[in-house]
Write a protein that binds this ligand. Structure first.
Ligand SMILES: Cc1cc2nc3c(=O)[nH]c(=O)nc-3n(C[C@H](O)[C@H](O)[C@H](O)COP(=O)(O)OP(=O)(O)OC[C@H]3O[C@@H](n4cnc5c(N)ncnc54)[C@H](O)[C@@H]3O)c2cc1C
Length: 396
């Protein structure tokens, strides 16, 4: 019997599975989706995330990973209030990449599969179309029931099943943190286009934001955010026309990109939510990634937190597997302060970016413009260090 069950084959669950396999453990991963579809938009992987991925032997091919170049934040008139180029801080051990989510998923699945020449690899058993329905701790095992009526028991269960985690609900019910709406809804897509960008840009307008990020192979990742009541439905078939009207005016490249979209482009739409607190699990059930502490996407650090969690858990599970009673508290001690900081700042950035009051916006822009670049870069380097430290422990 595999001793470890990971619930959810998202970025966090698969990174952990690859890490435990690297340490020689056999793990089972169950995933609700019946198949992995090669869709999705882009994602930024900052050095704290890439350092852990590389330490776990999860590389991305040059064709998949676009090196993250300079970035600017502007108003809708194109006036920059922040420019940053972190290239000089980036190392081979911890690069900065913009990638298509499908390419990242492929790399994670490959790392979970056969590795030729692996001297001491465990095995990952992946069961698609298998959703956890409930679980219960019974002595030194966790009894798990699946939605198809099957059941099993594991020594350790990891809930990596995202924002609306069933594992969190089964374990904590109303005592767990709740999903919190930010007041903002988001459309995102990745598309091949004639637009080429040397630098990423995020444009702020009252109650709106738009981002353009260059991916590999001539694709641009675009996200569009608007202040809106919770559950505002997508406009369906008129989606692209509506996006063009609402956001196209904010930037000429954005207008071109939206005008070039074909009916094949999949536009993802969803409300931006986080959890109103963090939780780490109990006993033999550990929660990680969005299931434990979903953050707003405004720092591009949600998946990075799941990846850092996976790195930290790879070390801790190896240490605690024979006696897991101290695992949850060791994991919480290792991660709580780090995650809390990212969670709080991610929320505040989203709120400040959508300010509508003209005076407040003018003061904000002035404050941001007067921040020295050297200070911004220093803060960025400091914010990456915890992930780089986890990666160095994994390599030690
Ligand atoms: C608009 C937007 C932009 C973002 N941009 C970035 C970025 O640039 N950089 C970054 O680092 N982060 C970013 N993030 C955050 C990032 O996407 C998430 O933090 C990350 O995907 C969380 O990974 P996870 O593995 O914890 O959960 P998920 O990715 O949600 O994976 C959970 C998995 O569990 C499965 N599952 C759910 N329930 C069950 C069940 N009962 N049984 C079995 N399986 C189940 C799901 O199908 C899913 O595959 C962004 C988020 C958003 C919304």
């Amino acid at each position: 019997m595999s001793k470890v069950l990971i619930v959810g084959a998202g970025i966090g669950g698969l990174t952990l599975a690859a890490g435990l396999k690297q340490r020689g453990l056999d793990v089972t991963v169950v995933e609700r989706a019946p198949a992995f579809k090669p869709v999705g938009a882009g994602i930024s992987l900052q050095p704290n995330a890439t350092a852990v991925l590389l330490a776990l032997d999860i590389p991305l091919s040059e064709a998949a990973a676009a090196v993250m170049g300079p970035a600017s934040f502007t108003d809708a008139a194109g006036r920059a209030f922040m420019n940053a180029d972190a290239s000089e801080l980036v190392t081979e051990e911890a690069p900065a990449w913009n990638v298509h989510r499908a390419d990242l998923h492929r790399a994670l699945l490959e790392a979970c599969g056969e590795r030729s020449g692996a001297a001491r690899g465990g095995a990952v058993t992946l069961r698609l179309g298998t959703a956890v329905a409930s679980l219960e701790e019974r002595g030194d095992e966790v009894a798990v029931t699946f939605e198809d009526g099957s059941a099993g028991a594991w020594s350790l269960v990891i809930g990596a099943d995202g924002l609306s985690s069933t594992v969190r609900e089964a374990l904590l019910g109303d005592a767990g943190p709740r999903v919190r709406y930010s007041g903002q809804t988001c459309w995102r897509f990745a598309a091949s286009t004639s637009v080429t960008r040397e630098s990423s840009v995020e444009i702020w307008a009252p109650g709106k934001r738009a981002g353009l990020i260059q991916l590999s192979e001539g694709r641009i990742y675009c996200y569009l955010v608007a202040s809106a009541p919770e559950g505002t439905p997508g406009p369906g078939s008129n989606e692209v026309a509506m996006l063009r009207e609402q956001f196209g005016w904010m930037n000429p490249d954005l207008e071109t990109l939206l005008s070039e979209l074909t009916p094949e482009t999949v536009v993802h739409h969803g409300d931006l939510c986080d959890l109103d607190g963090a939780t780490w699990g109990r006993g033999r059930v550990v929660l990680m990634g969005d299931a434990a502490h979903a953050v707003q996407p405004n720092m591009g650090q949600g998946a990075a937190m799941a990846i850092e969690d996976a790195g930290a858990l790879t070390l801790l599970i190896t240490e605690h597997l024979s006696e897991p009673s101290g695992l949850v508290s060791a994991f919480q001690s290792a991660r709580e302060a780090r995650v809390r900081e990212v969670w709080g700042l991610s929320w505040r950035i989203g709120q400040v970016a959508h300010w509508e009051n003209p005076l407040a916006r003018a003061v904000r822009n002035l404050a941001l413009r007067s921040m020295p670049t050297s200070m911004m870069l220093k803060k960025a380097a400091e914010s990456w260090q915890p992930g780089i430290d986890i990666a160095r422990s994994l390599r030690a």
